[in-house]
Unconditional design. Structure first.
Length: 212
């Protein structure tokens, strides 16, 4: 019997949403499903909800990166959202920044398996690339509270570029504690946006901040 998540992933709506990129996304999903828990990339409860909670959730950030020719995903981990972005935006250079060796090994395997020529896997913490990278956009998913995230991410964004991150519903509560670093590095008020993919899948909260 095909589970609910597999039904979502093979549905006409999801196939249409990803279009020509569907097969690559489905291969990435299959690798995560088969190896993710064993390799310590995802928890056991996540295996049966990869499409809805992880793949589509990651894809929701892509429309907000449409003007970016260079993107970094910091703390990339299993490649969420970085691998999904790279598949959907083959015209953009995507940097996957991850400090853990076993995770960068996984990312390099996936990049080779999916023949993603637009991806650079870089082992290290975001802070180590301050001054070395200047990108149109930096993104992340479930990495840190906004106060820390802004401090380590915004220095990698070029002037006028954007920090575009996937956040939980309570992200508004993170803004006030981050005011000090935002006043120093950001321009204008952070925007809380709604990222939608396919009907029936919960919208994703996206926070966008422009670099001063």
């Amino acid at each position: 019997m095909v589970g609910t998540d597999e039904m979502i992933g093979t549905s006409a709506a999801v196939r249409e949403y990803f279009g020509e990129h569907y097969e690559a996304v489905a291969r990435f999903h299959a690798r995560l499903r088969d190896e993710g828990e064993l390799r310590g990339l995802i928890g056991p409860r996540e295996v049966d909800r990869l499409w809805e909670r992880h793949i589509l959730n990651s894809a929701a950030v892509v429309p907000f990166l449409s003007a970016a020719n260079s993107v970094a995903d910091i703390g990339s981990g299993a490649g969420l959202p970085g691998i999904v972005i790279a598949i959907m935006r083959p015209d953009a250079q995507v940097h996957l920044i991850e400090p853990m060796e076993r995770r960068t090994a996984w990312l390099e395997e996936i990049v080779a398996d999916l023949d993603l020529g637009n991806v650079v896997v870089q082992r290290g913490r975001a802070e180590e690339y301050d001054g070395a990278l200047e990108l149109d956009a930096v993104t992340s998913r479930a990495v840190a509270a906004l106060s820390k995230l802004a401090r380590i991410s915004l220095p990698l964004v070029r002037s006028g570029g954007e920090l575009v991150v996937l956040k939980g519903r309570n992200v508004e509560q993170e803004i006030e504690p981050a005011r000090k670093v935002l006043r120093k590095l950001a321009q204008g008020e952070p925007e809380i946006l709604e990222g939608r993919t396919v009907d029936g899948v919960e919208a994703t909260t996206v926070l966008r901040i422009r670099r001063r």
